[in-house]
Design a protein around this ligand. Structure first.
Ligand code: NAP
Length: 299
């Protein structure tokens, strides 16, 4: 891997299983684990747990294994010989299935679990990540929680159609700030935690360096794209109607509305130092992210 933990040597000869490896953060974990070329790169065998290995596109050298949280018969083969696990909860998967899989991993001797959580999960009993975290704490395996802020990637996927077609940032967050983070940084912190040869912190708060309001986000997009992007700040009702018209599932719309409403009331602005602490460098900025993802918003 090209980004070593800031405070430790690398564990050698590890087999790491990555769930969600076709997704945003899991994909970044895989990229960071296979990215190293130096003499001191960790000797890591990366195994990607994917529902459909035939269609998964992964970097060379990565093994794939058929895996589904909803099909426990796939868990044993996926975990065979695994030392460390990157665990994420797909949006449609219940906390119990994720915990059940983590317990199976613990039973077969996986010694470290890095879990993709969300900022504030330690204090919010209403979100599934809270329950997953508490149950992972009771396992024998070493664990690290990546408590991540809002992914910048949301701007380049779920919010891209309005930006591309209407020059509009269609987000109902008022003047509230959010601690946006590039999912590539979250993945890099996860990769470092999986292979570093020293005790890992129980949790990293992984966010960008500063929380941003959506006037600032729209200004950055305007600068990078060279055309004016307006922050629309729709009402909650208008937001729900538009997202439903676009065919997004009620569950996803509800999660987004909750997050943006929390931000509107000042609850999304907390930042953490996880990137600096784990990687010894600052987090990527929104401008860097926007420059790298310009294509998502070009007409
Ligand atoms: N969005 C945000 O801003 C944000 C911020 C902080 C934390 N989070 C947390 O991040 C997590 C989502 O991570 P992400 O954005 O990297 O995911 P993602 O890009 O949405 O990808 C979802 C992944 O889950 C896999 N998957 C779906 N159903 C599965 C199943 N039944 N069994 C096995 N794998 C399955 C998919 O694989 P295939 O479809 O290829 O099989 C895919 O790799 C959530 O827990 C969310 O709460 C999100």
């Amino acid at each position: 891997m090209d980004e070593r933990g800031a405070d430790g040597e690398l564990l050698m000869s590890r087999t790491v299983l990555v769930t969600g490896a076709t997704g945003r953060v899991g994909g970044a974990v895989v990229d960071a684990l296979v990215g190293g070329t130096g003499e001191d790169a960790a000797d890591v065998q990366v195994r990607a747990a994917v529902r459909d290995p035939e269609y998964a596109s992964l970097p060379e050298g990565v093994d794939t294994v058929a895996f589904d949280f909803a099909r426990p018969e796939t868990w044993g083969p996926a975990l065979d010989g695994v030392d460390a696990l990157f665990l994420m909860r797909p949006p449609s998967t219940g906390a119990d299935e994720v915990v059940g899989f983590a317990e199976a991993a613990d039973r077969v001797g996986v010694d470290r679990i890095v879990y993709l959580s969300v900022l504030g999960a330690d204090r919010n009993r209403l979100i599934p990540h809270y329950r997953v975290e508490r149950r992972l704490e009771s396992l024998g395996a070493d664990h690290t929680f990546l408590r991540a802020g809002q992914f910048m990637q949301n701007l380049a996927d779920v919010h891209a159609p309005e930006i591309r077609e209407r020059d509009e940032l269609f987000v109902p967050a008022g003047d509230g700030r959010m601690s946006y983070v590039d999912a590539r940084d979250v993945g890099a912190v996860g990769a470092a935690a999986l292979v570093v040869d020293s005790p890992v912190p129980a949790a990293y708060e992984v966010t960008g360096a500063a929380a941003l309001d959506h006037h600032e986000v729209a200004r950055t997009l305007t600068d990078v794209l060279g055309r004016r992007i307006e922050y629309a700040d729709p009402s909650p009702v208008a937001f729900v109607r538009r997202m439903r018209d676009r065919g997004l599932a009620w569950g996803m719309v509800g999660v987004m509305l909750t997050l943006y409403t929390s931000a509107r009331f000042g609850l999304g602005a907390r930042t953490g130092d996880g990137v600096e602490r784990a990687l010894g460098r600052p987090p990527r900025t929104l401008r860097e992210f926007a420059e790298d993802h310009r294509d998502a918003w070009e007409r």
